[in-house]
Each structure stands twice: as structure tokens, then as C-alpha cells.
Design a protein around this ligand. Structure first.
Ligand code: GLP
Length: 242
């Protein structure tokens, strides 16, 4: 695992955007795995800017998002569908049919998860997977537990995550307690992984994911076994490892 420690959030966003843009330039048909949360917002802004300056083109790009809340409509401002449209997709030229986000409203959730995996495989797998990290070390919504999902599945969110993420909802009670998430192996199969983290509240999670052990109570620690995983973090997030 390569670790880049940057001076600012802006630098993290820039480095991540440059790596993604480089990949898109080399292969305009790249498949991107995308993340939500506050951390990748800066990277999305930089990519939009590069698109507007005609440096990159998304017309042949395919995307798969990591996760979505269970039983939350797309129109809800807290949904990851809403987030992705507002933050990124509405500002670039990606065809809508190339965008994939798990559907938490599907009647048959098992089928939805199975088909999601099949779609990733059919697209040829993910070239670059962007990840954030939960304060408890989750990636996607793979929460600390004795057993982790290999494939896309339905997950019970922990109290910690419900507390952290309720800030994205107008009323705290709206925050769902379950989510669909790509599984650990779905993530690990990506050819390249970029994990972004900023701020002191991520320092403990960063320490636990880089300590030389794989522990299912720190799901991100599995990334130490990935062949091409890059950590791009700021000094605050790196506080306990430098
Ligand atoms: C959510 C998402 C994760 C993300 C995490 C961190 O829980 N499911 O994919 O990494 O938030 O969010 P933030 O970047 O806002 O700290």
C-alpha cells in the first residue's frame, strides 16, 4: 500500500482527481467505482472542472457506486443517488445508462444485489475504486463485524455510523438503519483502489488500517492485501502513523 500524506484537503482532492483523469485519458472507456460522503466532494469538483476545460471526457465512462441506503427514495436529499446527481453526474457528460447505483427501493433486494455484481463483472470489473473511510474503519458500508459480506448485500448500520451520517439528513429520524453495499471482495477485485481521508477524526481508523494486521473489526485493514492500493490523506488523518 502506498501512502501519500498531503498538506491540505485541496491537495488530496487534486492528487485523486489527477490519477482518475490520467486513467480516463489512457482509457476513455474506464470503469470507475465511486464513493459518497463529504471526503470525495473536492475530487469531484476538480474532475468537473477538468471536464469543463475539455481535458477529460466522460461520454464512454461507466460508474458503479459503492452503496445506497435501504428504503430511501432517490428524491430524498440524503440518498446517495441524489448526492451523486447533485455533486457529480449532473455536471459531466456521462450517459445516464452508464451510471449504476444500488437500488435500495428494489422489491427483491437479493436479486438487486446479485444483478449489481453481475453488471460489474459484465462491464469488465472496476478499473479505479474510490473509497472514503468511516470513523469505525468501514469501507462502503461494510461495518466492523465478525463476518464481512464478500459480495454486495444488505447491511445493518452500526450506532456509530448512524450517529456520523445523520448530519446528512434534515431530521435525524430519517436516517435509515440499513444499507446496500458492495462487499469486501467486490471492492478488492478493483484493479486500483484510492482511499481518501481527511481530518483528525479519521486518524484512529487510518492507524488501524495500516498496522500490519487484517481484522474484520477494522474492515479497511483488508486493503493492505491489495496489490495496488493508494492512500491519500492529510496530516491530521495521518497523525497517529507519523
Ligand atoms: C459513508 C459512506 C462511506 C464513506 C463514509 C465516510 O458512511 N458509506 O463510503 O467512506 O461515509 O464519510 P465522510 O467522507 O463524510 O467522512
Amino acid at each position: 500500500m502506498k501512502i501519500y500524506i498531503e498538506d491540505s484537503y485541496d491537495k488530496i482532492s487534486e492528487k485523486a482527481a489527477l490519477i482518475v483523469a490520467g486513467r480516463i485519458t489512457v482509457n476513455p472507456r474506464s470503469v470507475l467505482g465511486l464513493a459518497t460522503g463529504s471526503t470525495p466532494i473536492g475530487m469531484y469538483k476538480k474532475l468537473i472542472d477538468m471536464y469543463k476545460r475539455s481535458i477529460i471526457d466522460f461520454s464512454q465512462i461507466t460508474t458503479f457506486n459503492l452503496d445506497e441506503y435501504y428504503k430511501l427514495s432517490r428524491e430524498n436529499r440524503g440518498s446517495y443517488y441524489y448526492y451523486m446527481m447533485e455533486t457529480f453526474f449532473n455536471h459531466i457528460n456521462i450517459p445516464k445508462e452508464n451510471i449504476h447505483i444500488p437500488n435500495g427501493m428494489a422489491d427483491d433486494i437479493e436479486k438487486e444485489c446479485r444483478e449489481y455484481e453481475e453488471k460489474i463483472d459484465k462491464a469488465g470489473g472496476i478499473d479505479i475504486q474510490i473509497l472514503g473511510i468511516g470513523t469505525n474503519g468501514h469501507i462502503g458500508f461494510n461495518e466492523p463485524a465478525e463476518n464481512l459480506n464478500i459480495r454486495t448485500g444488505l447491511i445493518d448500520l452500526t450506532e456509530n455510523t448512524i450517529r456520523d451520517n445523520s448530519r446528512f439528513f434534515e431530521k435525524k429520524e430519517e436516517m435509515p438503519t440499513k444499507a446496500l453495499s458492495m462487499g469486501i471482495v467486490s471492492i478488492m477485485k478493483a484493479k486500483k483502489i484510492i482511499l481518501l481521508a481527511s481530518g483528525e477524526n479519521k486518524a484512529e481508523a487510518i492507524k488501524n488500517m495500516t498496522n500490519g494486521y487484517i481484522n474484520t473489526n477494522h474492515p479497511a485493514s483488508i486493503l493492505q492485501a491489495h496489490r495496488d492500493c493508494i492512500l491519500i490523506i492529510d496530516r491530521d488523518a495521518a497523525k497517529l502513523i507519523i
